[in-house]
Write a protein that binds this ligand. Structure first.
Ligand code: HEC
Length: 164
């Protein structure tokens, strides 16, 4: 089902692209025909196209994730960030940080690592000492919670996506 929708979405893109490139040339009759075809395709596929776009976007994101990280881990991590990991209490609900407390996790500046996925995992595992912290406020290992190592990997996956 998902594959079928994606193919429809791609063929629609191809049709529209054909229409556009034909307009750029001087084959006006062909351009009109292509436009009509594209318009019909749009009308017929509006609902499916929306779904196809969503699927396509997910595929693209999945491809960009670090090795060993899945979209499901990112989703799980989002729940942990706002739940069992209590990360949001120091880093804010959207990860933008809280002054003199948790660092901003949405920018591309990493205070305690190189920002790679594995480095983020390591920071969350061991926390940040008061000496290391720019505010002097420490981050306890795993945020001071009892989340499992797998949950740390999931929440790190979510944190990794925040900075992209
Ligand atoms: C008690 C407050 C607190 C909690 C809870 C907390 N953090 Fe932190 N976190 C900090 C502080 C403080 C720093 C260091 C900030 C600094 O150096 O200015 C930090 C740093 C980090 C960094 C490093 C950022 C960088 O720029 O290198 C990451 C990643 C991080 N926290 C993720 C998490 C995650 C994920 C959770 C939830 C499991 C969490 N933190 C829970 C306070 C907290």
């Amino acid at each position: 089902m998902m594959v079928e929708k994606k193919i429809w979405g791609l063929s629609l893109v191809a049709l529209v692209a054909m229409g556009l490139s034909a307009c750029g040339g001087d084959a006006n009759a062909n351009a009109d025909a292509a436009d009509d075809a594209a318009a019909q395709a749009v009308a017929a596929q509006t609902v499916d196209d929306e779904a196809a776009t969503e699927v396509a976007e997910m595929d693209v994101k999945e491809q960009e994730l670090p090795d060993g990280v899945t979209e499901a881990m990112v989703e799980e991590g989002k729940g942990i960030y706002h739940g069992a990991g209590i990360c949001m209490s120091c880093h804010g609900p959207d990860g933008a940080g809280i002054p003199n407390l948790g660092a901003n996790l949405t920018d591309s500046e990493w205070l305690h690592s190189d920002g790679s996925y594995e480095a983020i995992v390591a920071t969350i595992m061991k926390g940040v000492t008061a000496q290391e912290s720019t505010s002097g406020v420490p981050m306890p290992a795993k945020g001071g919670t009892a989340i499992t190592d797998d949950q740390v990997r999931a929440v790190a996956a979510y944190v990794w996506t925040l900075s992209k």
